[in-house]
Design a protein around this ligand. Structure first.
Ligand code: ATP
Ligand code: MG
Length: 583
């Protein structure tokens, strides 16, 4: 059945609840049977209770009728609660696993999936699955049983008269089928467009300052308008197609009821049937028609949730991208083992063109590497490869002579203290922002803050270390945010410190103080420093000048000044700006 295939890929989540669900469905079936007997006993009351001398049958059948109605109510309530409970638990586990999986995806997988799509899979798609599981259990057995049971009861009571309402059923079945066929693809598409809406909103929220600053609000509004319009169009179309369902159903209902009464009246006067049967028929016909609409709803829901179930399962079934994958490296060259080594590394994000080509360098423990280059030249990419956020396409990256692929994930990440470009500050206290949920001592935190030149501004804040930081650090200045992030990177006393554009908002003096503190208190930390300003990295032991993923110069500051035209050019430009600024 369609309902089953729609959840097929999530079978392992439903499986542990199979007995519970089977019990729920059995209770539902019992409820439906009880419901089917209500009109039956009513017919008996009308037929037998009206015969003189048999009035007491009114009471006995009446009691049975009330019993059936009460039973039906009780069983349905029980089963509905059970279905809510099992589907809730299934969805909870599903959502939990999906969240875990999303966290474990590699950057490459996330690039492909996109964040908004991940968000809507986690929210609206799991919700749809939940809705289907819950309502599917409620209607899945009940509607077909009432449909089939109702037909059987009518035929059993008066097969001839049953032909009248039953002949109308194909009409409504056909119209329902046509309507469903048209509306289901629309509902599926609606989900994709909803992704777009979330994406636009998300981009807008993240970039709200830039958008306002650049006066792009109108442009953004238009962009939102566009996706919003598309969504509305689909919604209206799907809605107006589905809206035909109920009027057509009530037309058929009224036609059927009239036909039953008219034909029934003829049969009564001809002695073919009893008036009581007509009354029961009227009830069964309403029941059957509602059941038919219920079956349709299940189909619509099944196809809507199929798309959602697939979207959830697609993520859950993604293979683990970053396997712990010990590789046999080329034996190291003679001499001391470098702390960090890149051997002829090439990499491309998209597979078209190279973002890093044939990069090689060696860095010994305690040394500092400076990386300089125009925007988009691949500086942050080097960090991404070193930290194994992406895997290199070719070449080897070694830390302590061991390929980064041979490190366990935690082992690798524990080596680094990193300030990423556009790193984030969270809504919490200053000290927690530095500690970042690691088991660090208070002293370590304040010395990290001191080295990061952050103590001064922290003690100026009310509450000092315990002062609150607002969402995204909006109550801090750019320079304060950077210092806080540097303190966070230093606080774990990492083996390798990475500062990607972390000193851009620091003034020259603070920048120099930071450098001295690093030299003094973190002498064994190997540092990679990405900066726009030559003054930040002129003291580095080794400097790489990048252009379009290629190294166009490498060496110490003095050598580069002599040998690398680009470097000299940048240095001269910055120096003249510095002189003009009176430095
Ligand atoms: P900046 O100084 O502006 O930070 P960068 O030197 O750090 O620049 P990278 O971030 O390393 O530059 O990017 C190098 C190139 O790779 C750029 O052309 C960029 O467009 C591309 N790129 C970066 N990240 C991705 C990604 N996730 N998917 C596809 N391309 C990317
Ligand atoms: Mg960068």
């Amino acid at each position: 059945m369609k309902a089953k295939s729609s959840m097929g890929r999530l079978k392992r989540y439903i499986y542990p609840f199979r007995f519970f669900i089977a019990l729920t469905l059995t209770i539902k079936l019992a409820g439906a049977v009880a419901e089917l007997f209500v009109p039956y006993f009513m017919e008996r009351i009308l037929r037998e209770g009206t015969v003189p001398g048999q009035q007491n049958r009114i009471y006995s059948y009446g009691a049975l009728m009330i019993l059936c109605a009460g039973l039906c109510l009780l069983l349905n309530i029980t089963a509905n609660r059970m279905s809510a409970s099992s589907s809730g638990k299934i969805t909870r586990k599903l959502r939990y696993d999906l969240f875990q999986k999303l966290n474990s995806l590699s950057a490459r997988q996330m690039d492909k999936l996109t964040v908004p799509s991940a968000e809507s899979r986690l929210t609206s798609d799991t919700y749809r699955v939940n809705e289907f599981l819950a309502r599917g259990q409620r209607l899945g057995i009940r509607a077909p049983s009432l449909l089939i049971g109702g037909v059987i009861m009518m035929i059993a009571m008066d097969a001839g008269l049953a032909l009248v309402p039953l002949s109308l059923l194909p009409i409504i079945a056909l119209s329902v089928w046509m309507i469903t066929r048209k509306s289901v693809p629309l509902y599926t598409r609606e989900q994709t467009v909803l992704d777009d809406v979330v994406r636009v909103v998300q981009e807008n929220v993240t970039g709200v300052r830039v958008i306002r600053a650049l006066n792009k609000a109108e442009f953004e509004r238009d962009r939102f308008d566009e996706v919003n319009d598309t969504l509305t169009r689909i919604d209206v179309k799907a809605g107006s197609i589905s809206a035909l369902n109920n009027p057509i159903a009530s037309l058929v209902l009224n036609l059927g009821l009239t036909a039953v009464v008219v034909v029934g009246a003829y049969r009564v006067s001809g002695g073919g049937t009893k008036p009581s049967v007509i009354v029961a028929f009227l009830q069964y016909f309403v029941m059957i028609l509602n059941a038919l609409l219920g079956v349709t709803r299940i189909f619509i829901m099944a196809s809507r949730s199929t798309a959602s179930a697939h979207r959830v399962a697609d993520v859950l079934d993604l293979p683990e991208d970053f396997k712990y994958d010990p590789v046999q490296d080329q034996p190291a060259e003679k001499g001391p083992v470098p702390h960090i080594e890149f051997r002829d590394v090439s990499f491309s994000y998209s597979g078209v063109g190279e973002n890093i080509s044939h990069l090689s360098f060696r860095l010994f423990r305690g040394q500092t590497l400076g990386i300089l280059g125009t925007t988009g030249s691949g500086k942050s990419t080097i960090i991404n490869l070193l930290m194994r956020i992406y895997d290199a396409d070719s070449g080897e990256i070694l830390i302590d002579g061991k390929n980064v692929r041979s490190y366990k994930k935690d082992e690798l990440s524990s080596l680094f203290g990193t300030v990423f470009q556009n790193d984030f500050v969270m809504e919490n206290t200053i000290s927690e922002n530095i500690r970042f949920f690691r088991p660090l001592e208070k002293d370590g935190i304040s010395s990290a803050a001191q080295d990061a030149q952050a103590l001064e501004f922290i003690s100026g804040k009310e509450g000092g270390m315990e002062a609150p930081v607002a969402i995204r650090g909006s109550n801090l200045s750019g320079g304060q945010r950077q210092r806080l992030l540097i303190a966070r990177a230093l606080a774990g006393d990492p083996d390798i410190l990475i500062l990607d554009d972390a000193s851009s908002a620091l003034d020259y003096r603070t920048d120099a103080l930071l450098r001295h503190a690093l030299q003094k208190n973190h002498a064994h930390t190997t540092t990679i420093l990405i900066a726009q300003r030559i003054s930040s990295l002129r003291h580095a032991d080794w400097i790489l000048v990048l252009d379009d993923g290629k190294v166009i110069g490498s060496g110490k500051h003095e050598d580069l000044m002599e040998q690398c035209g680009e470097y000299r050019h940048i240095a001269e430009t910055q120096m003249s700006v510095g002189e003009e600024a009176g430095e």
